[in-house]
Design a protein around this ligand. Structure first.
Ligand code: ADP
Ligand code: MG
Length: 224
């Protein structure tokens, strides 16, 4: 079963120096419950690709199917639904809002949803899961990098997505802290059945991957 199916996508950015082709006829599938790692040199198109998987951007050519639905272009109903409920994003730089405390940051993407358990209740449970309950009322500046990333992971889960898209989530963390974060992803993958697509520079993380996709200048050069 595949949850994401990428078919022959290409992307060219218009720049001051002319067109820049960053994805060139890329095709692959992300199996449900897999942990797919995207690797490749800086500038090879990893972030661009991840944004397309989460319907934040759209390819010039080709198609992306998410759970069987054609994302078509990023403005469609299907695409906005995927952005809201289908995926959770985790970034290298955490991207927490500095004015909000940990609990409020986790709640924020859930405030646009209705029904079900209260958003606050879910956010508190997620803070518990990432072992950050004791910091619920702290602002991001009062937290270490690893703590901020745990909050960001909790936030990515507030709308209970099937897929987590993580762009170098350990890129700003020391090795010990990275291990804690990777352990969290491992539990999400194995125990909560989340599908994970993770961009990383850390090749030692390949041991956790069920699939590895290597990009070079916008083309897939290797997969395992
Ligand atoms: N919005 C943009 N406009 C123009 N060029 C961009 C834009 N985003 C990324 N690029 C360029 O596209 C290439 C691929 O970028 P990116 O997908 O961020 O690669 P990676 O994440 O693998 O480092 C880089 O050369 C980058 O400078
Ligand atoms: Mg990148």
């Amino acid at each position: 079963m595949k949850i994401i199916d990428v078919q022959n996508i290409s992307k060219t950015y218009k720049t001051e120096h002319g067109p820049l082709k960053v994805l060139d006829d890329v095709s692959f599938a992300v199996p449900k419950n897999s942990w797919t790692m995207l690797i490749g040199a800086s500038g090879s198109g990893k972030t661009t690709l991840l944004q397309m998987l989460g319907a934040l951007d759209k390819p010039d050519n080709g198609k992306i199917f998410f759970d069987g639905k054609d994302l078509g272009n990023a403005g469609t109903f299907a695409a906005s639904k995927i952005r809201r409920n289908g995926v959770g994003f985790v970034f290298q730089s955490f991207n927490l809002l500095p004015e909000l405390n940990a609990l409020e940051n986790v709640m924020l993407p859930g405030l646009f949803q209705r029904g079900g358990k209260s958003v606050k209740q879910r956010a508190l449970e997620l803070l518990e899961m990432v072992n950050m309950s004791q910091r619920a009322t702290h602002k991001p500046t009062e937290l270490s990098g690893g703590e901020q990333q745990r909050i960001a992971i909790a936030r990515s889960l507030i709308n209970n997505p099937d897929v987590i898209l993580a762009d170098e989530p350990t890129g700003n963390l020391d090795p010990k802290t990275s291990e804690v974060i990777i352990k969290l992803f491992k539990d999400l993958n194995e125990e909560k059945n989340k599908t994970i697509v993770m961009v990383t520079h850390d090749l030692s993380l390949k041991q956790h991957a069920s699939d590895v996709i290597q990009l070079d200048k916008g083309r897939i050069v290797k997969r395992a």
